[in-house]
Design a protein around this ligand. Sequence first.
Ligand SMILES: [Fe+2]
Length: 259
Amino acid sequence: MPNFEKKLMEPLTPRRKFITTSVKAGLGLYVGSGILSSCTSTNKATSNIPSSLATGFTQQPLPYAYNALIEAIDAQTMEIHYSKHAAAYATNLNDAAKAEGVDNSKPVEDVLRNISKYSAKMRNNGGGHFNHEFFWKCMSPQSAGKPSGNLATAIDSSFGSFDTFKIQFSDAGKNRFGSGWAWLYADSNKVLKIGSTPNQDNPLMNLPGDSVIKGVPLLGIDVWEHAYYLKYQNKRADYVESWWNVVNWDYVQQSFEKI
Ligand SMILES: [Fe+2]
């Protein structure tokens, strides 16, 4: 086995474990600070962003090894996706923030909720950075397999059953033409809905148009080809179906409870 592949298969080193633990602890403090509760917005649809979504402008360490989600996503895809594609969004976002006078010490969500005021570079890379930071947290090697508690009840209420929800969400991802995302989100009335966005747009953005979905994202899947092509080639549907095995329902539940 090539050294590159061996490295990907190695378990977390003590240093990486420390980083991971530190990030989790930091995230907990960040969540506990309720930093977003002080944000004000005239956009009712996104005024109650859960603090679990507070995202900085800097790419955070991946909370698991590149091969941790191998049941759905191969290690090489994870490494390229995280260290190349997602890293570039973070770099370009900070370039745009500097050029457009954005305070990068505040949550990215502040920019996204007012994205119509900014450039296309800010929209593409602000969305790209947020979406990927969110995406990593939406996955876990220890998936519960399905939601529970209040989230499960809300999904049943909105979609009839978990199985129906999965079909509709999967279809949103499979049918997204070109590159984009499928989302489970809560609208301004805290009703759960499914939708998709092109490119790196997301439901937080205050974009014009009747077809634009708006709300608080609770679960998202990246259906850009860079997310799956090495393993699945043109079979996006197979990637989406496998992805259910690594959904971090604890994180989705956490976000839902904080709306
Ligand atoms: Fe991606």
